[in-house]
Design a protein around this ligand. Structure first.
Ligand code: GDG
Length: 491
């Protein structure tokens, strides 16, 4: 619990967004509600018994509101102007780093003005972290939007312990090397004591980049770097560890929700409203080019054309949650997807029998849990995805033991959910075969696969993830003596 007199905290989380959404009523009353999301749930259990603060953007442009307590923790907003949002968030984070870190599925855009904004905003986050961190505090920084914050905090506050977790992939050095500011980003990250990644390959990619770009010494999972950018020794030495700590979900919470009478009743209602098909195929994704929606629709379209599936017996429901709508690549994707859905429905739907139910909307947690229960086959086919929580949510929500999961090899989840129907989404013929196998395999085989995956998610839930991360951070190499030279000066 936060005592109202505390101004500094032993545990500080920094993420792009605060875990709350603001709403202003007609009479001007401001209320904050906890935003739904895995990170909030994960952090909740970690923060419960500590004096904790969360640093992040409040979700609207302009000056930051004053720090406030929401009963559980101190919320410390960081202000972002409209220009910061365009350049730091939509620009450098979502149009430079996001495509670069996802296998360059669309070409990344490199703009020096975006980089300058990224550096400026990271500086602001670092200042806020230092303001709220108590002497010797643990600081947990999240994700690709804040890669410079570790070194910026380290320079100001050598007393704190710093961890950073990457929710998205870390690219192979051959791709990472494109980034004009690759050395600065690595120096920023090396301010951390421990760096957590979704997959062992992501951690390896990071370590290789440190060796190739900074000429750092890498032994096993530990990187040592002298902190000099000019080839001379004698900068501030850094030692950091990088390893995989795969994120997970609040499995128990979702299981209880999915098992509630209201959600069960809603699931029955949804199936009824779809016309009680024999097979419901489901996709749930942010409308993002990494999620493989175009490839999935191509496979579905061909299966319909081949006569392998047809409404009303088989129907496909695609929830495509609106996302990053001001970024050009996302607007183009939406047009492509909606054009394809229109063509498929024009060719294969009949009055009352829809081939593809396309929903460009967000739903509540209950509705999502009900949809998962309706899905006989869940299609999770990203071209690249750090983890993909939807896969873990689906197997957990099917507490009745039914269902089947088609899962792309290019997700972090595929490293753990070996019993899924694994697929390469680029191979359309293979994807079609895998979907048909997931539909047609016998009941017992499907139950066996689902049972194994449910057990995996139950034992490796979000609590285990947070515990593992913090343990690794605690055990990270001892910090070298006080830095003799600023690292962030080199960024
Ligand atoms: C990033 C990484 C990594 C989606 N639509 C609705 C809704 N959702 C929920 C899902 C799930 C979450 O949003 C999406 O998580 P994902 O993991 O699938 O993907 P990203 O948003 O790309 O997340 C990813 C993740 O960070 C965590 O580290 O796994 O790889 O890209 O929980 O259920 N939830 C509700 N309504 C919706 O309409 N309530």
């Amino acid at each position: 619990m936060v005592s109202s007199t505390s101004s500094t905290f032993d545990f500080v989380v920094a993420a792009n967004r605060l875990p709350v959404d603001r709403s202003v009523s007609l009479d001007g009353t401001v209320t904050w509600t906890t935003s739904p999301g895995g990170l909030v749930t994960a952090m909740e259990s970690v923060m419960r018994d500590r004096e904790a603060a969360w640093v992040g953007w409040a979700g609207f442009p302009g000056d930051a509101p004053a720090p406030f307590d929401d009963g559980r923790l101190r919320l410390h907003p960081v202000g972002l102007s409209a220009e910061d949002l365009t350049d730091y968030y939509e620009g450098f984070s979502n149009d430079t780093l996001w495509p670069l870190y996802h296998d360059v599925i669309v070409p990344p855009t490199y703009h020096r003005s975006w980089w300058n904004a990224y550096r400026r905003v990271n500086e602001r986050f670092a200042e806020a972290v230092c303001e709220v961190a108590a002497e010797g505090a643990t600081v947990w920084i999240h994700d690709y939007q804040l890669q410079l914050v570790p070194a910026m905090v380290r320079d100001r506050r050598p007393d704190v312990r710093i961890g950073w977790f990457n929710h998205i992939p870390f690219p192979p050095v051959e791709l990472f090397a494109q980034l004009p500011w690759r050395a600065q980003v690595l120096r920023g990250l090396l301010g951390a004591d421990f760096l957590g990644f979704q997959r062992p390959d992501d951690a390896r990619n990071f370590l290789r980049s440190c060796r190739a770009v900074l000429d750092a010494t890498v032994k096993g999972d530990t990187v040592r770097w002298q902190g000099s950018d000019d080839g001379r020794l004698g900068g501030s030495p850094r030692v950091a560890r990088a390893a995989a700590v795969p994120i997970s979900i609040d499995a128990q919470g979702l299981r209880e929700l999915a098992d509630s009478p209201a959600v069960r009743a809603r699931a029955a209602e949804i199936r009824e409203s779809l016309g009680n098909p024999q097979v419901v195929l489901l996709g749930v994704d942010r409308l993002d080019y990494t999620k493989g929606l175009r490839h999935r629709l191509r496979a579905i379209g061909e299966l319909l054309a081949d006569g392998e599936i047809a409404p009303p017996e088989v129907t496909f429901v695609q929830v495509a949650t609106p996302s990053r709508e001001r970024v050009e690549a996302y607007r183009t994707l939406r047009q492509q997807i909606e054009g394809t859905v229109g063509r498929i429905n024009g060719d294969f739907s009949h009055l009352g029998d829809t081939a593809v139910h396309y929903l460009h909307q967000s739903y509540g947690r209950e509705e999502m849990a009900a949809l998962f229960q309706v899905a006989d086959v869940m299609l999770v086919t990203p071209l690249r995805d750090g983890m993909n929580l939807v896969a873990k949510e689906y197997v957990t929500a099917r507490h009745d033991g039914g269902g089947a999961l088609v899962l792309s090899e290019f997700t972090g989840a595929a490293e753990e959910l070996h019993s899924a129907y694994l697929c390469n989404p680029h191979d359309i013929a293979g994807l079609k075969e895998t979907i048909l196998r997931a539909i047609r395999d016998d009941h017992e085989e499907k139950r066996r696969r689902m049972r194994m995956m449910r057990r995996q998610v139950r034992t490796r839930d979000v609590q285990a993830w947070a515990d593992d991360f913090l343990r690794a951070l605690e055990m990270a190499p001892a910090r070298p003596p006080r830095a003799r030279r600023s690292i962030s000066r080199l960024i």
